[in-house]
Every structure is written in C-alpha cells, then in structure tokens.
Design a protein around this ligand. Structure first.
Ligand code: M6R
Length: 607
C-alpha cells in the first residue's frame, strides 16, 4: 500500500510530483522516489525515509523534465531502503506500483531462467522486466503492458513511463485505486483525487481491471477484457489546500481538539434537534424487516462497529455480528439475500474492508458504508453512504474519525430502534436531546488535557499497560490500548473487565498500570469490583470515570480522570477523549513520531 502519481505536464515536474506525493504520504512513508524523462532519458531520484529526504536530494540537483512518475512507499516486499524504493527500472521501462503481486516469485524465476538480472527484492521490478521483455519482443507499449497484466495475480495499481516516449503514460489498476486527472494540455494519474487536487478538479476514476493510456491531450481507457471503454468525468471536491496543524504541535493534537466541532457537524447531518428525530438517507432495505445486521471494519473502525453492536442490540433489539474485515470472508459467513451489511472505514480504501463489502454484495446483501472520504472506493461501491464529517484526518492514529463514526452509528441505532418499534417518540427525543449535549461535553472532557498529560507522564515508562471496560465501554478499552501502542510503542491490551481473572490477572504487579474505563452506569459497581481485584495485587489504577464515579471511587485509584456526567448511551464517544489524550501525551513524552508512527500507514490498501 503505497501512493503513486504520474504527470504529463507543461512545466518542470519534479516538485509537482513531490506536491502530489505529500498528499499521498498517508499511504506510506518508508521511502519516496521519482523518475522523469530528462532529454528523453530516464532519470530517477530516490531516498529512504520521509518525503523530505527526497526533497533535499531534488533541491541539490534540480531536474527540468516535464513528465514523470512518483511513489511514496509502505514496504511489502524488500526492506525499506533506497535500492528497494520506487520507481523501478528495467531497460526503457520505469514503473511505480501500489499493491502486491502474489505470483511474483514464479514470475521472477521465469525471468532468471531467461537470463534477466534483477537489482532489487521487490515484486515491482519483476513487472518492469516483464514489460521490457515484451517491448524487446516487438510489442508497442500498450500491448506490452496488457500482455504483462495478463500474467499477474494480486491487487495492484501501476503508473508506467517509457524511455523515449515524452508524451505517454500508462496506468492500470486491479484492486488498488487509480484516478486520471484532466488538465489543460496536461494529464495526471494518482492513487486518489486528493493527490491530483493541486492540478485539477476534473477526474476519471478507473474501474477495476482498467488500463489508461494518456498523452497530454488524450485519454484512452481499456477494460479488463482489453476492450475500448469510457468512464465518466467527475468534478471532485477534494481540496487543493493541504491541511495544516492549525497551531498545534501535531496533527493528532489538532484532530483530538476538533472533535466537538466535527461531531457537531456530523450530528447536524443526521439529527433534527427541533423535532427530536433522527433522519437517515434513503436506505436500500426496509429496516423494520431485518433479522440481523453484520458489521465489518478494521482497527479503530472495528471498535466503532463493536460499540454499535451494543447500541443496536440494546435499543433496537436486533442481533448484530461484528467481524474484523481481514478475517470475515475466511469464516465464509452465510448471509441472507436482501439483508444489510455495514462497513466502516475512515479512508474508504482499506483493502480488507473493501473485500468484505464485495463479499457481502456478491451474496445479495445491501451495503451501507460509514465513510469519511466520500469519493473513496468503498463509498462508490456501497448502496448507501452514511458519511462522517470529520474532515481530513492526517494523523495515522484515528481520533476524530472514530468519534464521528460512533456519532453516525448512534444515530443509525436510534433510527433502527424506531423503525422496529422498539423506541417510541419520547425515547427517540430523549436520546436525540442527549446527543445534542455532546459537543459541549466533549469540550469539557478536553479541558482535562493538562491533568491527563501529568498522568501520561507517570505511566509512560511502563512496559505493559492494561485497559479494562465492561459492556459498551469494553470497545473503548480496546481502542485505548490500540491508540497507546500504535503511537507510544508501549505494549497495551484491552480486556473486558470480567475476563481479567480468567488469565490476564497473572500479569498484574506494581509495574503494570491498569486503566479502568467506568462511567457511573448500571455496571459501575461490577467494574469497580474488578478494579479492586487488581488494586489488591498492587496494580496502579488509572480510573477514567465521570464526575459521579470520581466522587464515589476516585480515592481508590492511583489517578482519576473525570469526564462530565452524561447519558450512559454517549459513553463510547465521550470516553474516547481521555484515552486518546492519554496515548497522545505518553507518545509526546517518549518522543516518538506521533503523526507518522513507525511501520504504519494511514490507509492500508493491501490485504
Ligand atoms: O481507513 P480505515 O478506517 O478503514 O482504517 C482502518 C484502520 O487501519 C485504522 O483505524 C487503524 O487501526 C488506525 N491507525 C487506528 O488508529
């Protein structure tokens, strides 16, 4: 999962490629590189690590070329060093690639038998050699690419540049996304419309299996069968402005702080506060007639789905199955034709979630997608989009997208409960009114920032930290642990509070802090009992509760973090704030790369 771009331009292209790559860094940042045609000859500049390393090299030796390709990498095959950085060359072919070629080993063996020498460990270089072989055999560039594509297995997108062809770029996709941008006398290819936004808002999205042949004045498209085809030209709303940190030290800090606004914005789309009603877009199924719902997502979005299971089962009395998308299709879940599946994804490009969506559709399910990027593949392939209005989320750790997903899912649960006759007018109005208070309560929760920073510093040197929650707060424990480990690299696990004594309690000693998420709801006393069990074994307890819980049990904890007292229905959204801040401050204290933590990427477009 990487970001790829190609430009046939009228002006020097190197820094334009960098501009596009900067907008694709969310797809990976292990290395970056560009290749251009300088006086008809292929030249490339590559650098390991972040994009700025590449910029330094480009500034040191500027290029005048007006056509080129670029890549920002999340390593799949081969270490993240300069040798393995894209673009890859083979004879007159330069290629950038996003995805994985699953049969690359057998293809490589074939090349080696033919006497071809490879320079890298990557699957991508194999593709470059295959195309070069076809060119040598006399194929024209399009035919050479088509013949090569026919041999490949896996999910991928490519942009290819040919030595001596100053007015030609070829792009192809199978599984991974690719879009064509139309300029004035210029043409572009990119992994998404956001990458192309500085240059054009006129975009054609390639369909799966498509190949695009671009010159500065033309676009020819071929479908998976090699037939000439047409795809619609769309006007994208992707912003040309690169989001900045707005005075914050990190994007993550900015995005945490934005939550009262973006949750409010998202609520405004789905809730009519005057009428005390939820309004959903037209749904592709009759909600009243459903016998169950299944939800699939990855990572943080999966935890949002897990919280939705509690909401839906509790108030709409409808059974819900929740799966991590990377496992879902392997259990070969039987799905009812005409039923409803929910997929949840910030980026709308997560490969496993997309595969789950396609699995559901292939079995006759209608799919509703809770998505933050409205032009994403998942949004485009779903029957209805329940959009979150989080705005661009740049920090790899998902924060505001999560609370906006929860907001949409809470609204959806209320609508479902209404449609199924499990909630009356009064019940709906009560929950809508409670949600109305969310932005104000989120602001108040954020005011604990200074105190949470102190707590984070006290526990940041721990090797392991456990998070406990019960009922609908169990997903928050899982999310808190994920947030901490991904940005601070402290080992953390979330557990259902009652599950601790079935094994994990063996880990407890005075060096293992235990973060307990316990609003003063009907399960509070039970969770407090679990808290006392670990306190008795020497654990340092960080109790995250509300004002009432703090008043009753705060003294038993090593540290108590308090959020405003609110309807327990809202706890997943409100309690997300302290767990995010705890992770953020621990990471800042330890000096990690908060916005771009090691080994991760914002959007995981490989399975
Ligand atoms: O874009 P998506 O919501 O589909 O991404 C899913 C996960 O990759 C994502 O939530 C990941 O777990 C985050 N880094 C968590 O902070």
């Amino acid at each position: 999962m990487c970001g790829i771009v190609g430009i046939l331009g009228q002006e020097p292209v190197a820094m334009r490629l960098v501009e596009a790559l900067r907008r694709l860094e969310y797809r990976g940042y292990d290395s970056a590189g560009i290749a251009v045609l300088e006086d008809g000859r292929l030249e490339r500049v590559r650098a390991p690590g972040k994009l700025n390393n590449l910029v330094e090299r480009l500034l040191a030796s500027p290029l005048a070329a007006t056509c080129g390709i670029g890549h920002t990498r999340w390593a799949t095959h081969g270490a993240p060093n300069e040798t393995n950085a894209h673009p890859h060359f083979a004879g007159p072919v330069a290629i950038v690639h996003n995805g994985i070629i699953e049969n690359f080993k057998s293809l490589r063996e074939g090349l080696l038998k033919d006497g071809v020498k490879t320079a890298t460990d990557t699957d991508t270089e194999v593709v470059a050699h295959l195309i070069a072989q076809r060119l040598k055999a006399g194929d024209a560039p399009r035919q050479a690419v088509q013949n090569t594509l026919d041999k490949l297995e896996g999910a991928f997108a490519f942009v290819i540049l040919f030595e001596g062809e100053e007015d030609l770029l070829i792009g192809a996709r199978r599984g991974s996304p690719l879009a064509v941008g139309h300029g004035d006398g210029e043409m572009f290819l990119g992994s998404d419309a956001i990458a192309l936004a500085p240059f054009t808002n006129r975009v054609t999205y390639l369909e799966d299996g498509d190949m695009a042949v671009l010159t500065r004045s033309s676009l020819e498209l071929y479908d998976s069968q090699g037939r000439h085809t047409l795809r619609p030209l769309q006007f994208t709303q992707a912003s040309a402005l690169l989001v900045d940190k707005g005075g914050h030290r990190h994007f993550m800090a900015k995005e945490i702080a934005e939550q009262p606004d973006v949750v409010g914005h998202t609520m405004a789309e789905y809730l009519d506060f005057n009428a005390g009603r939820v309004r959903l877009p037209d749904m592709p199924v009759d909600l009243a007639g459903l016998s169950r719902i299944n939800i699939t997502a990855c990572g943080t979005a999966y935890y949002a789905g897990l919280a939705a299971k509690y909401w839906i089962e509790q108030i709409a009395r409808l059974p819900v199955e929740v799966d991590v998308a990377s496992e879902f299709r392997y259990r070969e879940a039987p799905l009812e034709e005409g039923g409803l599946s929910l997929v949840i994804s910030q980026s709308g490009e997560t490969a496993d979630t997309l595969a789950a969506l396609r699995y559901c559709k292939a079995r006759g399910q209608k799919v509703a997608a809770v998505v933050n990027v409205p032009e994403s593949t998942i949004a485009r392939e779903s029957d209805v989009v329940l959009r979150t209005f989080a705005g661009p989320e740049i920090g790899v750790a998902s924060t505001k997208a999560y609370t906006c997903q929860l907001t949409v899912l809470a609204a959806f649960s209320i609508a479902l409960a209404r449609a199924r006759g499990k909630l009356d007018d009064e019940g709906e109005a009560r929950l809508v009114t409670a949600m109305n208070g969310l932005p104000r309560n989120l602001v108040r929760a954020l005011r604990e920032d200074g105190h949470i920073e102190e707590v984070a510093q006290k526990i940041a040197h721990s090797r392991d930290i456990l998070y406990l929650g019960r009922g609908i707060n169990y997903p928050t424990a899982l999310e808190g642990a994920l947030k901490l480990k991904e940005i601070s690299y402290i080992h953390a696990e979330g557990y259902a509070a009652g599950e601790l004594k079935h094994g994990p309690i063996a880990l407890i000693d005075e060096d293992v802090p235990v973060v307990v998420i316990a609003p003063s709801d009907t399960l509070f006393d039970k969770t407090v009992s679990n808290m006392e069990e670990v306190a008795a074994r020497g654990a340092r307890i960080v109790l995250i509760t509300d004002e009432e819980g703090a008043a009753h049990h705060g003294r038993n904890a090593f540290e108590t973090i308090s959020v405003p007292l609110a309807d327990p229905f809202l706890a997943p959204i409100l309690f997300a704030i302290p767990v995010q801040l705890l992770a953020y401050h621990a990471a800042v204290f330890l000096g990690t790369d908060v916005d771009q933590p090691r080994n991760l990427a914002k959007s995981v477009t490989v399975e």
